[in-house]
Design a protein around this ligand. Structure first.
Ligand code: ADP
Length: 331
């Protein structure tokens, strides 16, 4: 490979390394925040390792971007297991799961993201696989139909979902370990950003990472995304170093307000106030007004607005609170 200086002053090797940098922690010790979940997970992993057994099936639930996929891959790494990933919508037929399960080795981890979106057929096909490590597969149909019983290796299924309420009771009860991931505190997000800045070799002035963390809606994925946007801004409009002024301007360009709400959050609140007199309004109606998917509003927008007390959920629909009205200037 040719080694030479590029425009950025890095060698091609160095540059390649920085393109490939993965922000996802690989080991439990690198995961910051979620103290309780990490502690319980560490005990479960150590206990399983001491007994030389695969881990029980696990379910991680909570809003997007809090680390469900990360924890699943951390569990596989800590157990020295192979990780296989899929998602609810990708597993449409029993045959799709069959292919995955029959190739799985003892102790391997099968991760299914958005597990609440599995079809009933696939869900029912998974029950014996999770409970007795076997599957009953029907080939042919009518007179020639035959059910073949396949034994499986002992594996660990890790499911992730943003909507645990949509999981059927039989599926939920087959998970031995259920963890709810909470929003991160500003201090925890600041620590995460310190790690990210180090990985990205980014120079930051005192207090800038706290500034970004405070506007990241308690979510590591958002914190990392904002840091990267501000890094771009600093590189193009400044000297590449993060200063408080650069961060402020970069976040303003991203339309992130002092509470960390973005344009979609504010449109949600404004629609509820202007079109529905502050509510109560159904989520379908608000989605239609905004021209957005209902799922996006329920998964991405609402949880944080509920958390900070800007929206209330009542039997008749969503309502805004006086704090939300004051925040968007429509008191
Ligand atoms: P989810 O699956 O819940 O949507 P992810 O696991 O994809 O969320 O996490 C999003 C990003 O946030 C990851 O790429 C990782 O960089 C970062 N992240 C998540 N949890 C942590 C953590 N505990 N410590 C450090 N970074 C984290």
């Amino acid at each position: 490979m040719t080694i030479g200086r590029t425009l950025s002053g890095q060698t091609l090797d160095e540059q390649e390394e920085s393109y490939n940098v993965s922000l996802r922690p690989k080991h439990l010790a690198e995961c910051l925040g979620q103290k309780t979940v990490k502690e319980k997970l560490s005990i479960a992993i150590t206990a399983a390792q001491q007994r030389c057994e695969p881990l029980e099936h696990m379910l991680f639930h909570g809003p997007p971007g809090l680390g469900k996929t990360t924890l699943a891959s951390v569990v596989a790494t800590e157990m020295g297991a192979t990780l296989r990933c899929s998602s609810g919508p990708a597993l449409a037929k029993a045959g799709d799961v069959m292919g995955l399960l029959t190739n799985i080795g003892t102790g391997d981890v099968l991760f299914i993201d958005e597990i609440h979106r599995l079809s009933t057929v696939v869900e029912e096909f998974l029950y014996p696989a999770m409970e007795d490590f076997k599957v009953d597969f029907t080939v042919d149909s009518g007179l020639h139909a035959k059910t073949i019983n396949f034994p499986l290796k002992r594996f660990t299924l890790i499911g992730a979902t943003t909507r645990v309420g949509l999981l059927s009771a039989p599926l939920r009860s087959r998970f031995g370990i259920l963890y709810h991931l909470e929003y991160y505190s500003t201090d925890e997000l600041t620590e995460i950003l310190h790690r990210t800045a180090e990985l990205l070799r980014l120079e930051c002035q005192e207090g800038t990472l706290e500034q970004i963390a405070g506007r990241s809606r308690g979510t590591p994925r958002i914190a990392n995304r904002l840091l990267k946007r501000v890094r771009d801004y600093a590189q193009v409009k400044g000297t590449g170093v993060l200063s408080k002024d650069i961060v402020e301007k970069g976040l303003k360009m991203e339309q992130i307000d002092p509470l960390g709400l973005d344009e979609l959050d504010r449109s949600f609140l404004r629609a509820l106030i202007r079109v529905y007199d502050g509510g109560p309004a159904g989520i379908e109606a608000i989605a239609a007004t905004l021209g957005e998917e209902r799922d996006t509003l329920e998964d991405v927008v609402e949880p944080y607005l509920l958390q900070i007390g800007f929206v209330r959920r009542t039997k008749r629909g969503r309502e805004v609170t006086p704090q939300a009205r004051a925040h968007v200037g429509l008191a």
